[in-house]
Design a protein around this ligand. Structure first.
Ligand SMILES: [Zn+2]
Length: 165
């Protein structure tokens, strides 16, 4: 990733600059071999700095990098926290949805049962009326006694006046 590389390069440059600008502590005093480029034995960092000086130098040089790492870690943690929160909210919503679904299907089932029960009751009542000699008007569905059949007009509750007299 180019962006990552350039940001790494930027951090490295910053560390190098901070190292080069690091104020040498009073205690720094290189071994003489460190100043002799033709020294016959291998030379190392300890010929330049002791462990405390090296620690101080690295702390100084890497401070911005470590701060950046810390910032990214915090950002990452925040990201994961947000993700966890979102996931748990999604879980809650799913559970709620499932609850409402089962609730609704329970209600539909109970309405179906009630509907079946009422239909059966209606059929029983109609059978009873038929047995008792009532007839059902094919147009309006009103139940009529044999006496009413002669004068029945749909949507009229009482017999016409002339019949009454
Ligand atoms: Zn009728």
């Amino acid at each position: 990733m180019i962006e990552q590389e350039s940001s790494n390069h930027q951090l490295l440059t910053e560390m190098v600059n901070r190292f080069l600008a690091w104020p040498l502590p009073q205690s720094v005093c290189a071994d003489l071999c460190a100043t002799d480029s033709n020294y016959r034995f291998p030379r190392s960092g300890t010929n330049l700095l002791n462990v405390y000086e090296a620690t101080s130098m690295l702390e100084h040089a890497t401070a911005p990098t470590l701060a950046e790492i810390e910032r990214l870690t915090r950002e990452d943690e925040l990201h994961w926290k947000t993700r966890r929160t979102l996931l748990s909210e999604r879980g809650n919503l799913r559970a709620e949805l499932d609850y409402f679904k089962s609730e609704a299907s329970g209600q539909v089932e109970s309405l179906d049962r009630e509907n079946t029960r009422l239909r059966a009751a209606l059929e029983r009542a109609e059978a009873k009326l038929l047995r008792a000699g009532y007839l059902c008007c094919g147009e309006c569905g009103a139940w009529l006694t044999t006496a009413m059949i002669g004068w029945h007009r749909c949507n009229e509750a009482a017999p016409p006046a002339e019949t009454k007299a």
